[in-house]
Structures are given as structure tokens and as C-alpha cells.
Design a protein around this ligand. Structure first.
Ligand code: PLP
Length: 371
């Protein structure tokens, strides 16, 4: 990346030596990113991130399919898909949001039932970013293909953690796959969309003929080169990283279950990303827990958006039908390749007394209110 900012700073669209030098760096990165998802590099285009890849998939499909203007997606998608689908619905696209079960699993038959002859695109994520549940996407893809709808999957959370084969998936009915660099340790602000050969999307950015006329704008060469390097590492170390993270994640969950009463693990117990632990601590406000852990140097996430002082419970936990209290009591731990057994031990030492204290404070406040 540093080299592209200092020596190889040419514009990849330029025909001169420096331009071609930059182009060849992009070509190498494209090959590495394509390898991560077992795809032909020619079918991978770079975007400004997972958000743009999801936008391009949905908006591009609608723009490209005359007579088909409806969208089917699930209630637990990332905002990059959900908000885009809702924006398109405002412009007149019939939108069907398919419900999930208590483990956040999408039922392929429910998707099948939601598809109509007007459906342009079906979008169901490979693995959920909040609870980690892995979806039966190939069954969903088959249902979409049978009905003539394109199938998009947001694989931003799963790429680099689970095996992905665009080649094999294409045969099952997958047409579009979105991935993002910063989820695999690459730089932020760069992602990619795999587009099955034969699928032509409408452009959402218009301008020059970059990315084979599929995404206008001079490429983010440093970002793309960093993405390529991260993809190479992620593919080489994928299974070892996943196995290691699973052991540590399970140690965290088992340890907490033994040390802290009244906790629940959210998501599908069997089909879950190896690095995700979404846990509800009964009687504890997630935000207070997050802040207390942050003061200890432990960074967790609530998966909830805080707007104008009111905590919006996570749409994913709500869609799973969890009781309202539990949606407000949940935090997410995400493990990465750098997470150590020592980190897990530290959380197991620090967290139980924090939960105990927060519960006592809440109990005291409730008792005061009752008086
Ligand atoms: N999709 C999922 C499942 C995500 O988790 C994210 C990021 O958190 C995105 C899409 C958006 O990707 P980006 O941050 O690269 O725009």
C-alpha cells in the first residue's frame, strides 16, 4: 500500500508505464480477492466497500430487469441491504421482508413463497453480522433461480471465515456476492462484488469505463492492493484461524456460563460464525456493560443504534422474536486472528464482577422506584 502512495502512484487507466504498473497491481489484487471466493478474476469488480457492493447488487438488478421490479430480502440483513431495499420500496419497488426463526435462520420455503414473477432480485446474507447465524443460502438461491429471480448474497461477514465458491454457488443459483476488505483485516473503504457471467447490472455510478464499464471512477489503488494482501492471508489461514477462534469463542461462552447466572447465547448454536458471541445478560443494560468494559480496554458492540438518547434495540434480535428486555441486554464479542487465550481469561476475570455490580445497581433502582 505504501508503495502505491509513493512509487507506483500511476492511474491504472493511463497507458503509460506508471499507469500500467498500477494496473498490474490491481490485477494481482483482483486475482487474490477472486481466489478467496473461488471466482474468475474477470467477474470481480472493486467497489468502495460492502455497502456499495450491496447497493450495486440491488439497485443494479432492478435497473437491469424490465418487467421485474420487486425485491425479496430477509428481516435480519445488514443496513446496507435493508435500507437500500426500503429506499427502493419508497420509489415503488414492491418489497417483501421474510421473517426468521428464533435462531435467526431464514426459511428457504418462506423465501420461495415470497417470490413472484415480478421479483428482480432476492437478497439473503451468508452469515449474520450480529449473531453469526449461517443461512441456507444455496436452498434460497435455488428457489430464486427456479422463479427467474437473481440471487444476491451479502458475504461480508463470512468471507475469510467460511469456505465460499462462486464457481460452485453459480451452479446452484447464486448471481451476486458482496464482500468487504476491512472484515478480513484489509483497509476500510474498499470491497468487491462478484457478478456471475451473463448477469449485467445497471450502473449506479456513471462516468468513465472503469472496471470493464461496470463501476465508474478511478480505482482506489492503495485500498485495492491492501485488500488483495489481506485476501491472500485470509485464504491461506482461513481454516486455522476459524478453528482457533472457535476454541477461544467457546471458552468465552462456557466460562461466562459458569461464572455469570442468567445469561443466554443468541444465534444458531450449531450453524454460527466461529468468531461471534452474542450474549444476553438478564437485567443489565447493554450500553452500561459496553461502557464498563470499554473502561477496562475491552471493546464490544451492542448492535444497537443510539439515536437522540434512546436506544433502539437491534432489528436482528427483534426479528428473532426475543423478549424486549433481552434485546436490550445483549452485547456482541467479535474475535479476530489476534485474539489470545489471555484476552479471554481477562474478559472472564473482569466481566462477572461488572455484571454483578450493574445488576445490584439496577435492582436497587427498581426497588427505589417500587417504594
Ligand atoms: N454487510 C455486512 C453483513 C456487514 O457486516 C457490513 C459492515 O459491517 C457491511 C455489509 C458494510 O460493509 P462496509 O463497511 O465495507 O461498507
Amino acid at each position: 500500500m505504501v508503495r502505491t502512495l509513493t512509487e507506483d502512484f500511476g492511474n491504472p487507466s493511463s497507458v503509460h508505464y506508471h499507469g500500467q504498473q498500477a494496473k498490474s497491481l490491481i490485477d494481482d489484487a483482483r486475482a487474490s480477492v477472486a481466489a478467496l471466493i473461488d471466482a474468475d478474476p474477470a467477474d470481480v469488480i472493486f467497489t468502495s466497500g460492502g455497502t456499495e457492493a450491496d447497493n450495486l447488487a440491488l439497485r443494479g438488478a432492478l435497473a437491469a430487469r424490465p418487467g421485474r421490479h420487486a425485491i425479496v430480502t430477509s428481516a435480519i440483513e445488514h443496513e446496507a441491504v435493508l435500507t437500500t431495499a426500503r429506499a427502493l420500496a419508497k420509489q415503488g419497488a414492491p418489497l417483501s421482508l421474510v421473517a426468521v426463526d428464533a435462531s435467526a435462520v431464514v426459511d428457504p420455503d418462506a423465501v420461495r413463497a415470497a417470490i413472484t414473477p415480478e421479483t428482480a432480485v432476492v437478497s439473503v446474507m451468508h452469515a449474520n453480522n450480529e449473531v453469526g447465524t449461517i443461512q441456507p443460502i444455496l436452498d434460497v438461491a435455488r428457489a430464486a433461480r427456479e422463479a427467474g429471480a437473481w440471487f444476491h448474497t451479502d458475504a461480508v461477514q463470512s468471507a475469510g471465515r467460511l469456505p465460499i465458491s462462486a464457481r460452485a454457488w453459480a451452479a446452484a443459483g447464486v448471481d451476486l456476492i458482496a464482500i468487504s476488505s476491512h472484515k478480513i483485516g484489509g483497509p476500510k473503504g474498499v470491497g468487491a462484488l462478484w457478478i456471475r457471467r451473463g448477469v449485467t447490472l445497471g450502473a449506479i455510478l456513471t462516468g468513465g469505463r472503469h472496471e470493464r464499464n461496470r463501476r465508474a471512477g478511478t480505482e482506489n489503488v492503495p485500498g485495492i492492493v491492501g485488500f488483495g494482501a489481506a485476501a491472500r492471508d485470509a485464504l491461506a489461514e482461513r481454516d486455522a484461524r476459524a478453528a482457533r477462534e472457535r476454541v477461544l469463542r467457546d471458552a468465552l461462552e462456557t466460562g461466562l456460563a459458569a461464572l455469570v447466572p442468567d445469561i443466554d447465547v443468541n444465534g444458531d448454536p450449531g450453524k454460527r460464525l466461529p468468531n461471534t458471541a452474542n450474549i444476553s445478560f438478564s437485567g443489565v443494560e447493554a450500553e452500561s456493560l459496553l461502557i464498563a468494559l470499554d473502561l477496562e480496554g475491552i471493546s464490544v458492540s451492542t448492535g444497537a443504534a443510539c439515536s437522540s438518547g434512546t436506544l433502539e434495540p437491534s432489528h436482528v434480535l427483534q426479528a428473532m422474536g426475543l423478549p424486549r428486555d433481552r434485546t436490550r441486554n445483549s452485547i456482541r464479542f467479535s474475535l479476530g486472528p489476534e485474539t489470545t487465550a489471555g484476552d479471554i481469561d481477562r474478559v472472564l476475570a473482569v466481566l462477572p464482577p461488572i455484571v454483578d455490580k450493574l445488576r445490584r445497581l439496577t435492582g436497587a433502582a427498581t426497588a427505589r422506584r417500587a417504594r
